[in-house]
Ligand binder design. Sequence first.
Ligand SMILES: Cc1cc2nc3c(=O)[nH]c(=O)nc-3n(C[C@H](O)[C@H](O)[C@H](O)COP(=O)(O)O)c2cc1C
Length: 193
Amino acid sequence: MKTTFGPQKILFPMPVSLVVTGNMGKANIVTIAWVTLLTSAPPTLGISVGTKGFSGEQIKENKHFTVNIASADKMTEADYCGIVSGREVDKFEKTGFTKLPSRHIDSPIIKECPLNIECELVSASLVGRTNHFIGRILEVHMDTDKLKDPDNPGTYLTELMNPLIYMGGAREYRKIGGKIGDAYSIGKKLKER
Ligand SMILES: Cc1cc2nc3c(=O)[nH]c(=O)nc-3n(C[C@H](O)[C@H](O)[C@H](O)COP(=O)(O)O)c2cc1C
């Protein structure tokens, strides 16, 4: 049996991303769980950013932002960036996160996040009270000590990346579990039957 709930904004799991806007001098961090890759050529990603917050204004003004994937050991800092506004506080100062310069844009990346993505704004649209921003991915940074092969981004060690997971609806944070199979491969078992 199933129960229906009508249109709900519920989805899980979601990575907790910390979106950095502004520049090295004045940067803001906003917690954004509504993030997804959109296209591979050119590589783009999309984020949903509420119109009430400060970050949306900064992205529209500066036309760039970085997406930084939070690790589970930075849960408290990541949550903090999602409950206060950059209009009132300097979130870099409060959290102790370290700004590192990006390669192609003015918005910095966060040193303590194991994956950092530089984006240039290529499209902005308004759906209800939410900005849908599409960013073209210009650069990807990863922690070298979390890669098996420093030249191959796909060889990251999941346990070391330790991404922070958000369960939408339940409003809880989780850690990732162990590996259970190889993608694009395990399903072949059913092909052969
Ligand atoms: C776990 C979590 C996920 C969130 N995801 C989003 C999101 O996807 N989009 C959004 O607009 N706000 C999201 N928020 C809320 C914003 O982070 C929050 O409104 C923030 O205070 C806005 O900060 P700003 O004014 O500095 O932009 C989330 C908050 C938390 C705690």
